[in-house]
Ligand binder design. Sequence first.
Ligand code: NAP
Length: 649
Amino acid sequence: MSERHDDLFWRDRHEPITESDAFLREIVEQAELPPLLVALAAATGETAGLTPELRPPLTPVNTVGHPHGGMTAEQQASARELAYEGLRRLRDQQITTVDTLPDDTVTELLDYLTDGRRAWADSLKHELDLAADKGGAPDWHFAELAGGRPFDVLIVGSGVAGIAAGHRFSQAGVPFTMIDAADGLAGTWRKNRYPGVRLDTPTFGYSYSFAQRTDWPHQFAQGGEIEDYLLTVAERAGLSDRIEFGTRLVSATWQEDADAWEVVTRTADGDRTRLFHAVISAVGQLDLPNIPDFEGLEHFRGVTMHSQEWDPSVDWRGKRVAVIGTGASAYQIVPAIYADVASLTVFQRSAPWMLPAPTYHAPMSETFDWLARKVPHFGQWFRLWVTVQGIPGRFHTVRAEEGWSGAPLSVSPINQAVRDELIGRLAEQFEGRPDLLEIAIPSYPPGAKRMLRDNGVWAQALRAPHTTVVTSGIEAFTEHGIRTADGVEHELDVVILATGFKPSDYLDAIDVVGRDGVELHEFWKGDARAYNGITVPGFPNFFMQYGPNVGGVVAGSLHFMLERAAEYALEAVRELLTRGVASLDVTPEALDRFVEWVDRENQQMAWGQPYVSSWYQNGAGRVSQVWPYTNAEYWEITERIDPQDYTFR
Ligand code: NAP
């Protein structure tokens, strides 16, 4: 990595372009134009062509994304000419590098990509290696600020969130210990190994700002590819050897006298107690399997396994297999196994909405690969372009309109239009199977639950002659299978519980005792709340990553949210060191204000309507999982530790 660039995948040089004009003409025909134009402008220093007339309009995306951000045919034609000339120039002048850009150029290029939305600029610069003021990495070092003061941090978890925290804390030189209950890193991507596991959001929207891999094989990365990426990131960040695996956090108790958390961790060898001045919880949100309390489960003589606890030794091929659930995990398992089983029974409680994703199983295109190899920083600009489009995301399709008559099936005219379009697709996919079509149409508005990505494989699996979709409720397990409410007994050998997780049970099974002996779960009373999704009053120096209310569902980047939480926690440590105080504790007023702010917006969304229910809500009925704003707002609220929101001791 170049010292100057906050990117573990930084490359100084790209391959020189040697191809003919005709080849370059082909490339510009196939390329996504906005990121190519900015990449060429950055590399050649020639920005004059990026006129306001040529800006992509960022046409709102209802279902399928618009190529080139919705540029008109005329814009595309002009953009292709400009890109062609730019590629020729790279070739003729043998330009293979690009470096940090002048601030004016960064502004110009971001103005181009965002059609002038300056409010997004700072959050986007967090992602842009070429910006001199790229946000994220600490610009201070522990040794300079601590003055010999001991300060030890515990990071719990080495999944996507923990790696982000580990990297940022390590950059700042803050001493930390990292533990993980599992025997290796990568969190959810280590655990979820079921057939078909892959990303169901675009790969280029799913990586760290400080580790911008560009040679991804697939448009929607396979599970193993993401696990490999995380292993590589941890290796390059120097984290791999410093994680205590097989070590579970049992409890953390704030010791007022010591201004530290007394932490009990458990390994196969027993318990260990130690003190830490701050704790970062990076334990993940979708980690605790939801195993419904099915009657008679213990009597079933076949095999049951939860999607996350897939047992590779189970021989399911040629067997009578059932999948319970039709969420994101089931959606990947069913198409991956159906061809190899004797019979497949899918138990559906409610049907999923599926957004069209024709390239769901596709590799990155050859044009993309060529551009990423030959045009300096193209892959990173493409990643930024995905991020830009993800800021507004699909919010406009899920915002409820007051007095809308289509409830409870839709929440607004656009939401109804999306519903109609998706039903039209289902009608095509289930043509000739009215029985399946009838049960495939969800009875709730699009967006009320997480939408899946579809390229037709789900319908194909359900249409197979040996597949049965059962909508009658599960009454009980029997020795030989499952009996449903209609009295039918379905004989089965293997039952896969794709029944999801318990996302609202934050830090379940961990005792976190804060000031005055208050336990975190008692404080929450089933309704987990945290200021900015990170801090909780009465729990000083305790920071959550992917805590309550920071999960994006129709917009934004998960990595952005996790990185910002890590950076915010690190900023809090800096604040403690510079102020020379031992602890900081968020005020109850700040938390109430935050919760009121997110609740108000969530109530405007499809998932916040009183007639819908999903894992976005907790037992108290509040939407406690979802972040209802954009990345740009999260950037703003995590930019600094506001002293008015904290008490320092
Ligand atoms: P999920 O979305 O919560 O789906 C669970 C399914 O099980 C639902 O269809 C649910 O029905 C059903 N179910 C639960 N309890 C049941 C019961 N007692 N009887 C019958 N059916 C029952 O869980 P998931 O599919 O594991 O996905 C969870 C989240 O993980 C996703 O939303 C996503 O955020 C993440 N994920 C991501 C990926 C990816 O990126 N590739 C893949 C998998 C998962 P109802 O809908 O009626 O509640």
